[in-house]
Design a binder for this molecule. Structure first.
Ligand SMILES: Nc1ncnc2c1ncn2[C@@H]1O[C@H](COP(=O)(O)OP(=O)(O)OP(=O)(O)O)[C@@H](O)[C@H]1O
Ligand SMILES: [Mg+2]
Length: 466
């Protein structure tokens, strides 16, 4: 498409054209109205002058007859001015007056008429005139009229004003339209170019913002915010796939080696069974990892928002603690739950339960002999804490411990994939809350807190923007 073609198709240009047409119609209407009223006024004025002249002439005729009338008409006709007079016989023969010729038949019809005429001593036959014709006794005709040249000149001036204003409007409108359209077009082109580079894979590209705060700026800002968000999600996705590729290679290789070892050499049925059990155990571990990853992804994407509801956090704490009771007892550990009889919380019962299970699991794995689960209601929010008296996590390692597949050196010997705290963190974010790791002197105290009421939970897009 040519540059002009593109320009003509822009909204700004079409708008300008629309405005021009509107103004043009306005100008035509206004000037027509002025012209019409001026004509009406002048015609009325002329008709009045003619009437009063006729009254005067009638008086003269009444007192002195035709002879006097001819005499008076001759006198008045000799004066310069716009007044026209003519007295003729029945046969049309001129007796007096300053009108030389008239179109044929004009004098035959009495009354007011607009007609062209020719003045005495003039060659131009095109003077317009407004005249009144009176038929007198004996068939004599008297014409009293006014030259309309002045009126025509005024109309001519108005017509010229109309054409000039239309021309100016067209010129200013077209130039203005082209200027505005070009300005908008340049920016839209810039936005288009950036969009193309982004589509070609440069996700770091951002739409230009001129800083004027106009619609195009606001549009570019919204799209840039959207691109930022998409970038974050892509980054998250890349990290997850990197993590998966990196961290699951070891267990998968282990699984493969076990199966290979079982197949190699002559093994008894018992040995083969034992090997198979190990393989199943490893596979279960992998399935758990995938489940945990899936849960984290869902929590981060906010998928479970629709299932958020009110539940009793104290009850959840007691239930989960009870589940871990047998394991703790076997290891000589104790789980103490400190919670009010009821504690109403809002959120996903399932995810909060899973997060608590992860925290208790960690405390039993890495903590000392006593694990405390504390539920408390604070103004506007609820708090779920798990504390132990183990070695704790140094403040510099806390970020790493929360990251996906983040495991600290000391715990490499223990089973686990480093996804427990990552899920707790994702659950905290889903609930618009936070996960805090603190020193329990000695040991670790992990606290998960989030708003208690529905109203305080922001809708997903707002949460994402924060
Ligand atoms: N209560 C704790 N005391 C000391 N260190 C802890 C405690 N909880 C977690 N950690 C450290 O933080 C790391 C991350 O914990 P996380 O729960 O995310 O993973 P994991 O327990 O290793 O594996 P998974 O929970 O997936 O089975 C752990 O590997 C451990 O080093
Ligand atoms: Mg864990």
């Amino acid at each position: 498409m040519t540059a002009l073609g593109k320009l003509v198709k822009t909204t700004a240009f079409k708008l300008t054209l629309g405005y021009f047409l509107m103004f043009a119609v306005g100008a035509v209407v206004v000037l027509w109205f002025v012209g019409y009223n001026v004509k009406k006024l002048l015609d009325e004025e002329n008709a009045q002058i003619i009437e009063s002249e006729i009254v005067g002439l009638a008086e003269q005729y009444n007192t002195g007859g035709l002879e006097r009338l001819v005499h008076v008409v001759e006198r008045r006709a000799a004066r310069p001015g716009a007044s026209l007079y003519l007295v003729t016989t029945n046969a049309g023969e001129k007796l007096a007056g300053n009108v030389a010729t008239l179109p044929p038949g004009v004098l035959d019809v009495p009354g007011i008429v607009e007609t062209p005429y020719q003045r005495n001593d003039e060659v131009d036959p095109h003077h317009p005139a407004l005249a009144r014709i009176i038929v007198m006794p004996g068939g004599f005709r008297l014409l009293v009229g006014r030259d309309l040249d002045e009126r025509e000149r005024l109309r001519h001036v108005l017509r010229r004003a109309l054409y000039t204003s239309l021309g100016l409007l067209a010129a200013i409108g077209t130039l203005g339209g082209l200027f505005v359209a070009r300005r908008v077009l340049v920016r839209v082109d810039a936005i288009n170019a950036t969009a193309l580079t982004i589509m070609n894979g440069d996700l770091g590209g951002r739409l230009p913002v001129s800083g004027t705060g106009d619609e195009l700026d606001r549009l570019a800002q919204s799209l840039n915010a959207m691109l930022d968000r998409i970038g974050e999600l892509m980054q998250g996705l890349r990290e997850v796939s990197d993590n998966i590729a990196h961290d699951l290679r070891t267990p998968l290789t282990r699984l493969r080696n076990r199966a290979e070892e079982a197949l190699r050499g002559s093994k008894s049925v018992d040995e083969l069974n034992a090997a198979l059990e190990k393989v199943i155990e490893e596979s279960d571990g992998l399935i758990r990892v995938f489940n945990a990853l899936l849960m984290i992804a869902r929590a981060e994407a906010g998928d479970s928002r629709s299932t958020l509801a009110e539940f009793d956090l104290a009850e959840v704490a007691r239930d989960v603690a009870e589940l871990y009771e047998p394991t703790a007892e076997d290891a000589g550990q104790t789980i103490l739950v400190t919670a009010p009889a009821h504690c109403t919380a809002f959120g996903s019962r399932e995810l909060i339960g899973q997060a608590l299970a992860n925290l208790i699991d960690n405390a039993l794995k890495y903590g000392g002999s006593t694990v405390e689960v504390i539920v408390s209601a604070k103004p506007g929010q609820v708090e779920l804490g798990v504390a132990d008296h183990g070695q704790g996590i140094a403040s510099t390692d806390r970020e790493k411990a929360i990251a996906r597949f983040g495991r600290l050196e000391d715990s490499r010997s223990r089973p686990g994939f480093g996804l427990g705290l990552a899920l707790c963190n994702a659950v905290a974010h889903l609930h618009q809350g936070s996960l805090q790791l603190a020193d329990n002197h000695p040991g670790l105290c992990v606290t998960l807190n989030w708003p208690v009421s529905l109203a305080q939970l922001a809708p997903p897009h707002q949460a994402a923007a924060e």
